[in-house]
Design a protein around this ligand. Structure first.
Ligand code: AMP
Length: 559
């Protein structure tokens, strides 16, 4: 006997058509690459996505073909996602912040036949197109007026996006999205590749559809038709946390920042378009907070901020919550579509009573897994560890939004029971709250003890003169490894050496820092290097501080 409900594949064109039919006038506000802010609607988005689909078919793109995008968060980029995916092709987002050689590797490995690119990123393609033998053309996401003149610095075959859409218009009335199998691949996103070559995660229509439900949930972004969401997380990073599907799915107003991701521009967009929800990585939050502090101003409409992609320091959460913005801390990875855990305290936790301090401690943790992300901790021998808040082990996940096999890899990347090892080290308490201590490769292993670099960074970020903090392990003859703390000062923090001593003293006297975990030294730098996805680049820091010998307080550098 089978269930007797309708077979209705979960494909992303349904999300788009739902938004166009039931929220046709809901706005999409976009700061364009050309400069002006343009307001369109979900009805416009669907119409133009259909035109984009027709244009792709004219260019010979068929089911299963891969089309790259190298673009900011704009309406044109959004409609091209739906246009590509809707006809059964695969939308491959390329991260422009990576090195040329990484982008070339990723576009070639992805087998991109066409790349949709913003004018801003054409020079990148001009430098690498010869390494992409499968690339047939570059579609420039602009109008005729802004098309660049041919140049030896640009790829040879440039097509104008708006012209392609105009040419497809006569066929629009006869267009219908194909009925695809929900397991058809629709998105491709490569991981940062800190070890070996970058690896491609291939999302399906079904995984994106299901994941978007999670993103809209009350304990997650909690968005609906009455909300206005600033989509800061780039579409070229980790499936833009699913917001491109989640917002149309509930008719939420979308505000797209285009290339303007500095604190001042984000402040302007939030204020001007009454944004009440947004999501971003901690480094971008730092830029926004700096703007607010420098102009002694606040965000009047913003109610909820989801922070993820890297650990949100407790002090950052506190600052935001004090100004009336509710923070939700999300953990995820490209391999998970990407949201894995998020969430508020549970009823029993609240019933036990939580002081403001307890609540902040809880918020600095990475939350509970959602219903589509089974989660467990294992030790080095694969034994499952208890959820007691103190056992620390490797974090594993499985579920319909979790990767099974990387793009064009022979081997599955999960074990026989489909557990995927995240490479993160974590604990889970009796309430199901997960806390990341580190990436396994970033843990400081000192004299048999493990020191969490994230915990030290969080503590250091709480010092009023510290803007950003990073901890790396440096080799030590006696202990194996010792923690080195690197800090970026707040503006007007004063003399670096005085700050160094102050922070050393602060860490040594902080109740949350065990004696063995105190950093051996503090280095004050004007800035900390970041990866292409906005995380602290510990790889670069480790290279910068190779051979560094900690100084005693007041001593001279021994580099
Ligand atoms: P990516 O695939 O580039 O998004 O990177 C995923 C990795 O980022 C995870 O495996 C974690 O190491 C880290 N990460 C993401 N969110 C958090 C968070 N809230 N706290 C700590 N680390 C995080």
């Amino acid at each position: 006997m089978e269930g007797r409900m309708q077979d209705w594949p979960l494909i992303v064109s349904r999300v788009l058509e739902y938004a166009a039919r039931w929220h046709p006038a809901q706005e999409i506000v976009c700061r364009t690459v050309e400069g002006p802010v343009i307001i369109s609607s979900y009805a416009d988005l669907a119409r133009r996505a259909r035109l984009c689909a027709l244009a792709l078919q004219c260019l010979g793109i068929r089911h299963g073909d891969v089309v790259g995008t190298l673009a900011w968060n704009t309406t044109r980029h959004l409609e091209s996602w739906y246009g590509i995916m809707g006809i059964g092709a695969v939308c491959h987002t390329l991260n422009p912040r990576l090195s040329d050689s990484d982008i070339a590797y990723i576009a070639d490995h992805g087998q991109d036949r066409i790349i949709f690119a913003d004018t801003t990123f054409l020079p990148i393609l001009g430098r690498i197109w010869q390494q992409l033998p499968l690339l047939e053309a570059v579609v420039v996401l602009t109008d005729r007026q802004h098309m660049p003149a041919p140049s030896p610095d640009l790829p040879p075959k440039l097509l104008c996006y708006e012209q392609l859409l105009d040419a497809a218009t006569p066929q629009l009335s006869s267009f219908a999205w194909p009925e695809l199998d929900e397991n058809t691949p629709c998105g491709l996103c490569y991981t940062s590749g800190t070890t070996g070559n970058p690896k491609g995660v291939r999302y399906s229509h079904r995984s994106n559809f299901l994941h978007s439900f999670i993103v809209t949930q009350p304990d997650a972004l909690c968005i609906g038709a009455e909300n206005s969401m600033l989509m800061v997380v780039p579409m070229f990073h980790a499936n833009s946390w699913g917001v491109n599907f989640a917002a149309p799915m509930v008719g939420c107003r979308l505000v797209l920042p285009g290339p303007a991701l500095d604190g001042a521009s984000m402040y302007h967009m939030i204020e001007a378009y009454k944004v009440d929800v947004t999501a971003m990585v901690p480094t971008v939050v730092v830029g926004l907070l700096q703007h607010l502090a420098a102009h002694n101003t606040s965000l009047r409409s913003l109610r909820r901020l989801v922070i993820g992609g890297a650990a949100a320091p407790r002090s950052m959460i506190e600052t935001l919550e004090r100004s009336g913005i509710e923070v939700r801390h999300m953990w995820g990875m490209t391999e998970l579509s990407p949201v894995g855990s998020i969430g508020l305290p549970t009823g029993p936790q609240l019933a036990e009573g939580m002081s403001d301090d307890d609540l902040l401690d809880r918020k600095a943790c990475q939350g509970r897994p959602h219903v589509l992300c089974d989660m467990r901790l294992v030790d080095d021998s694969g034994e499952v560890l208890p959820h007691d808040g103190s056992a620390v082990g490797d974090l594993q996940v499985r579920g319909p939004i979790v990767v099974q096999q990387y793009h064009r890899h022979e081997q599955r990347t999960v074990d026989a029971e489909r557990w995927f090892s995240t490479g993160d080290v974590a604990s889970i308490d009796q309430h199901g709250t997960m806390k990341i201590s580190d990436r396994s490769k970033d843990v400081v292993k000192s004299g048999g003890e493990w020191i969490s670099s994230i915990a030290l960074e969080n503590t250091a970020a709480g010092h009023p003169k510290v803007l950003e903090a990073a901890v790396i392990a440096i080799p030590d003859e006696r202990w194996g490894e010792r923690p080195l703390l690197i800090v970026v000062p707040q503006p007007h923090a004063g003399d670096s050496e005085a700050l160094r001593l102050e922070v050393l003293q602060y860490m040594a006297s902080h109740p949350q820092v065990a004696k063995f975990a105190r950093p051996d030294d503090v280095v004050v730098l004007p800035e900390i290097p970041h990866t292409a996805t906005g995380k602290v680049s510990k790889l670069t820091l480790r290279k910068m501080f190779e051979g560094y010998k900690p100084r005693p307080a007041g001593g001279l550098s021994k580099l």
